[in-house]
Design a protein. Structure first.
Length: 437
């Protein structure tokens, strides 16, 4: 994890001025939850995109329009089928045609909470091997501070391409919030920091095609830390509000009423809502990149560390409350019929990456319960012992416990008012329906 490398001086006259933003072809490496919306936004802004993804199933899904996108983006994708403005390919050599390349690949953590940089290292290697003078290379994947220098700056120099002179290199953290119709790509400001001022300006010029505002910072490291700060901030507040939910439950108070009252303060307070845990590849993962980097320097961040331990413990707390609700009815967990309502990590998406529901289901099953789930967005989930398919018409069965994990927009759950025991982990059911975690 090298932190610094010698930067080109301001006096070094760039040989490459960077791509012309009025005609630049953008290469997007990784067409997942970040890359595909980015590509569609760039085309909508008048550009052309070469989208590269190593996964043939993903490329096939894109070709058939069978991807998890906002309705507007699904329409955009359908309109671009067969259109040369969006080329989807598994041929990395096509990236040489791009004037600018954005890397948007997953950066998860493994079972030991250690950053898994496999995809990012591979993507950067592909890009560096095909880089040419005049190109702009932008990392967007969340990662540790110093990644841009480690995976792009150094390898490019080894090829004889000097960032800021021959090519431009920058980091601009992605800010995609799946299913958020209020803040699509084009409505969300971007942060960008280049290896040189010229790199920053070049990246900002390209990013303005997909963002209303581009905030320039002094270095890639500042931009990298910005993303870690954003999501660690959210993690801390989510862990805190979940703790307050437990406190209110013990004191016989309605935590949502407390939050609503506190939110009337016009300054110094930002409302967060409790839930069953956090999912996706951001909040459960990103703070661990910071903790991992600090551990290498034998440094600590006690608040962040406590936050991530609390987040990891949240699914277990939900299962414990399930046990308590069953025990109050004289029903042992072993053999209990448990239904989980909603398994995606947030409403309105089919994404189950790091979803607390998966751990909750596994824990219930390890306790001997017979667990089913219902989710209109998710046909099946992968568990330790294989696939579990969703169930249909859950109101036709009598369940010992119904755990409400995710409520999707427009989902009809009126039948929950007739269920015997409902445990609401969303804190969104009407008062009087079920018991809250």
């Amino acid at each position: 994890m090298s932190q610094t490398q010698e930067r080109p001086t301001a006096a070094a006259a760039p040989v490459a001025a960077g791509p012309r933003t009025d005609s630049a072809t953008l290469g997007v490496v990784g067409l997942g939850y970040v890359g595909l919306p980015t590509a569609l936004a760039y085309v909508a802004g008048g550009g052309r995109v070469i989208g590269y993804d190593v996964s043939e199933p993903r490329r096939t899904a894109i070709a058939h329009g069978e991807v998890d996108l906002l309705p507007r983006d699904l329409d955009r994708l359908a309109a671009l089928q067969g259109d040369d403005r969006l080329v989807v390919t598994g041929d990395a050599e096509r990236l040489a045609e791009a004037d600018a390349i954005i890397v948007c690949v997953p950066t998860p953590v493994d079972h030991h909470l250690t950053p898994d940089l496999t995809a990012l290292r591979a993507a950067c290697r592909v890009v560096v091997e095909r880089a040419r003078p005049g190109q702009l290379l932008v990392l967007t994947s969340t990662t540790y501070v110093g990644t841009t220098r480690d995976l792009l700056d150094g390898p490019l120099r080894e090829r004889g391409l000097v960032p800021g002179v021959d090519v431009h290199v920058a980091f601009s953290p992605e800010r995609i919030d799946p299913a958020n119709v209020d803040f699509p790509v084009e409505a969300t400001p971007r942060v960008v920091g280049g290896l040189t001022p010229a790199c920053t300006r070049s990246a900002a010029d390209v990013l303005r095609r997909t963002a209303p505002v581009v905030h320039e910072v002094s270095s890639p490291e500042v931009a990298e830390m910005t993303k870690l700060h954003e999501n660690t901030f959210r993690a801390v507040n989510i862990a805190y509000v979940n703790e307050m939910a437990d406190v209110c439950q013990r004191l016989g108070l309605d935590v949502t009423e407390v939050i609503g009252a506190a939110a009337t303060k016009p300054y110094g307070f930002m409302p967060f809502n409790p839930g069953p845990g956090v999912g996706g590849h951001c909040i459960p993962c990103d703070p661990h990149y910071l903790l991992w980097q600090l551990r290498a320097d034998r440094a600590e961040a006690p608040v962040v560390d406590a936050t991530m331990r609390a987040i990891a413990a949240r699914p277990g707390r939900v299962v414990q409350r399930g046990r308590e609700v069953l025990a109050e009815a004289g029903i042992p967990l072993a053999g209990a019929q448990v239904l989980v309502v909603g398994v995606s990590y947030k409403p309105g998406v089919a994404d189950v990456r790091e979803s607390p529901a998966l751990e909750i289901i596994e824990r219930f099953r390890r306790g001997g319960a017979e667990v089913s789930y219902v989710d209109p967005y998710v046909d099946h989930v992968a568990l330790e012992d294989g696939l579990l398919a969703g169930t249909d018409h859950p109101w036709r069965r009598a369940w010992d416990l119904v755990l409400v994990h995710t409520l999707h927009p427009g989902e009809d759950v009126h039948w929950l008012s007739h269920a015997s025991r409902v445990l609401d982990a969303t804190y969104r059911l009407p008062t009087g329906v079920g018991t809250r975690v």
